[in-house]
Write a protein that binds this ligand. Structure first.
Ligand code: ATR
Length: 483
């Protein structure tokens, strides 16, 4: 069940939104605290026509109204007398009204709610237990948070308590709103448009239904996603979810925006929540290795991993960045003995270097911080050259050039690689998504140029195979069409 709140100054303005909302949502939450004039007869007319949840939020819990305590209580009683289908009451202020509601309108489904917008975090389960001492239809606890971890804890509680709606407000908490039905709670709140959102982190109704396919989610849905930060440029949510929809695959893919220090809490929670698989990106590709139980048999020594699968409480990992780049480059023949120059020495360079080195390529690393290039080279018995020599690279120094840093991501006019060292016929791969300066120069110099989308698609096709058993080439074709 999707509930969409509406807050306008007049009931007629609220009414205008209702038909549109009910095309995709189940219930409209009428925020009475936004109204200049609360007309009981008009509200009665509205609730007789549409499925409506009535909420008169107090100022103390984020409401807009300037209602006095006495007046708010009077209005709530009048509303209960209307016998609405759904009513929101606040645990802190209204719990004694529950017995009034029960006697006057026993069929009303009451959501008993509690909101925490700022200050120290609370023990949500303790609060829920206190709330459950009074009888209601659902118990809603909404707490503001800046962390995915809090949202995951809400999901765990929803799994445990069927009548609990746990909302982690804030952008990173949106997963608590989207994944509710996977963890036993069919009810969520969405906003009509993101700009109209009445609560932080609310997902737009169209996104909830069309991208995340909320009505289809259930406890059998496989939960997948990406961990990293920043994720705003990551195409996974859009591409994976639309392929799931197109092929009727019961899976969902979400962004889990996660700081490095949160990884240690995230993985145990992901196991408890029975997540199915994860993509891993900056800055976790290397740190994730210490949470992995088993690696692909060909990658036992690899310490940069970007694809996880959870199996029987264990984490299996593989690097599809490296394998994806290999399949991309092998379109031009075997990489064995080819000279590959890798610019950068972070997690991506590490994964690519390992796999390409394993495939017999002659890899050379160059990186702003020379020592990191040297370390990777030592690890793989490969070569490295000092970063200052990049501008002196000659035609015979490489066959394939791979740029793995983030330069060019924010500023399309920036490139670490001087165009003078690009030569016709060379293969150039830039892992950055934009049509970067490097890619433009490579095309001008008649190189074979691959950008971040080509790179992403090849590695993602292998992830798709890992999670859904779909042949990588078929997955690749589907993904290309989604860009
Ligand atoms: P990823 O997992 O995507 O590889 P990372 O591990 O953070 O990300 O690695 C980033 C790489 O980009 C590093 O090699 C970094 O160089 P340093 O080792 O010197 O930090 C490189 N990088 C990032 N910004 C850069 C810049 N402005 N100029 C040169 N190299 C840069």
């Amino acid at each position: 069940m999707i509930i969409v709140p509406v807050g306008e100054n007049t009931l007629s303005d609220c009414r205008k939104h209702i038909p549109k909302i009910l095309k995709k949502a189940d219930v409209v939450e009428l925020r009475l605290d936004f109204l200049d004039d609360i007309s009981i007869p008009k509200i009665e007319k509205l609730i007789c026509t549409y499925p409506i949840l009535l909420t008169l939020r107090s100022k103390a819990e984020g409401g807009k109204g300037a209602q006095t305590v006495a007046n708010r209580r009077k209005v709530l009683k009048e509303i209960i007398d209307l016998k609405p289908a759904y009513l929101d009451l606040e645990f802190e202020r209204d719990k004694d009204l529950l017995s009034y509601a029960k006697s006057k309108s026993p069929k009303t489904s009451i959501i008993l709610s509690f909101h925490k917008f700022k200050g120290a975090s609370i023990d949500v389960e303790k609060k829920l237990k206190q709330m459950k001492k009074v009888k209601a239809w659902k118990y809603k606890v909404a707490c503001f948070s800046t962390s995915v971890i809090d949202a995951m804890k809400m999901l765990l509680l929803m799994k445990r308590y069927k009548d609990f709606i746990g909302i982690s407000m804030g952008n990173r908490g949106y997963i608590s709103r989207v994944l509710a039905p996977v963890y036993n709670q069919p009810i969520t709140y969405a906003c009509l448009n993101e700009c109209d959102s009445l609560a932080s982190g609310q997902v737009a109704l169209d996104t909830m239904v069309d991208l995340y396919r909320y009505p289809k989610l259930s406890s059998s849905t496989k939960v997948l996603g990406i961990i990293g930060t920043p994720l705003s440029q990551s195409p996974g949510q859009r591409v994976y979810n639309s392929i799931f929809a197109q092929n009727d695959i019961d899976s969902i893919y979400l962004n889990f925006e996660l700081e490095s220090e949160e990884l240690k809490d995230f993985i145990p929670l992901a196991k408890k929540l029975k997540f199915y698989g994860l993509s891993v990106t900056i800055p976790h590709k290397e740190t994730i290795a210490s949470f992995v139980d088993q690696k692909d048999s060909m990658q036992k020594d690899l310490l940069s991993l970007n694809s996880l699968q959870f199996k029987k409480n264990k984490v299996f990992a593989i690097n599809t960045d490296g394998l994806g780049s290999l399949s991309l480059l092998e379109q031009h023949g075997d990489v064995k003995n080819k000279k590959i120059l890798i610019v950068g020495a972070g997690g991506t360079a590490h994964g690519l270097g390992f796999v390409l080195n394993q495939a017999g390529a002659k890899v050379t690393f160059m990186n702003r911080t020379d020592v990191k290039a040297k370390n990777l080279a030592n690890m793989f018995h490969a070569k490295w050259r000092s970063f200052g020599e990049l501008k002196k690279i000659k035609k015979n120094d490489y066959d394939i050039l791979i740029h793995t840093t983030s330069v060019g991501m924010k500023d399309k006019t920036e490139s670490l690689v001087p165009s003078d060292i690009l030569y016709p016929g060379k293969i150039v791969l830039d892992v950055v998504f934009n049509d970067t300066k490097l890619i433009q120069s490579a095309k001008e110099k008649k190189c074979v140029a691959y950008n971040g989308v080509d790179f992403w698609v090849d590695q993602a096709a292998l992830q798709f195979r890992l999670w859904h058993g779909l042949e990588a080439s078929a997955a690749k074709e589907k993904m290309k069409k989604k860009f």
